[in-house]
Design a binder for this molecule. Sequence first.
Ligand SMILES: Cc1ncc(COP(=O)(O)O)c(C=O)c1O
Length: 423
Amino acid sequence: MTSRQDFENLDAKDPLAPLRDLFDLPGGLIYLDGNSLGAMPKTTTARLQQVIQEEWGRDLIQSWNKAGWMELPRRVGDKIARLVGAGPGEVVVADSTSVNLFKVLSAALRIVKEDQPGRCVILSERSNFPADLYIAESLAREQGLHLERVEADEISSRLNDQVAVLLLTQVNYHSGRLHDMAALTRAAHRVGALAVWDLAHSAGGLPVNLMGDGSAEEAVDFAVGCGYKFLNGGPGAPAFVWAHPRYVDRSWQPLSGWLGHAAPFEFTPDYRPAPGIGRYLCGTPPVLSLAALECGVDTLLATEALGGLSALREKSVALTEAFIQLVEDRCAGYGLSLVTPREAHQRGSQVSFAHPEGGYPISQALQARGVIGDFRAPDILRFGFTPLYTRHVDVWDAVAALRAVLETGEWHEARFFKRGQVT
Ligand SMILES: Cc1ncc(COP(=O)(O)O)c(C=O)c1O
């Protein structure tokens, strides 16, 4: 493919092309950051207005029953379950990814302690998202365990009978590398460890299958994921949590708030966890955020009529493949090096390039030209490709802008070095 027209032709044939119209995308922008904050669905504004004006404004507290507010964490959870290979009633939406990770990691460690006392290691990837490592480190410290951080390629060889839990993120936020979740879960189980997965950069970006091949060996034990990235739930959208049915009813998560109680409105002084995944709820559901998240998840469920998540994956691979090729062809000699694996099966829906001095200013100069990606320290330019709304022609145009930024050297301008709080 050597011309813009080739990419326009791909868009003309794209079965998912109509889905772009589900989003309110500002004109003149190429948005390649849906892996960090998903775009806003068109339905979100009207839905939030309805919740605010009718459900809250008019019906006030009656809406907990009348508008089904209490059911929202489970209702949206059931929809997310369809994206991650879980069953109905197995997922709830609550809190943030970090908080849910604390809950499931605590629950998993407790199970291991009961069944196989003496295991003392939480094993994770050195470049796992820092929040995951921080939560694991804190729990390890509290419980007298050790957090071992290893390189991605060392994970399998570092699994042994000391490991209590393998904690990984399916798609690495930095490199965009996609782990083989089934194989690593199997490897963890082989040494008797439990497998806890963070799906923040995979749920909604590619097909996820928590149950693997259906065998006990391949099925994940616990998982969490994020609502504001590929699920398009809006800034700070609540996260989701899943526990395998074999563990959910015996698992004890430490944030035993009243909404995780079997009967919150009995107001008993003692804690009795709800059956099933409901015990992973803690406090009052954030209704406005849940309503927005439901609109976001619905945009993904709209793929079901158009080839489903495998069609989504096919497009994602085509977009990332073309982006890598075009950058390497058209931006050669400007110091960019590919960080994301070249093999499609090892890649999420994100491409990262390193640039030794220019990572941040190049990303800012690109934003000034209307191409929104982001930067992750120390030197990574990240580009997310959300197949729901990213067009093939956006790949061409984004690379043309990147080449212009590099060719003109405009990224050296002082204004592009000025750092905001969020990069
Ligand atoms: C992989 C991963 N895990 C956890 C988090 C933390 O999410 P939250 O801030 O919603 O707790 C993030 C945030 O970007 C993330 O990318």
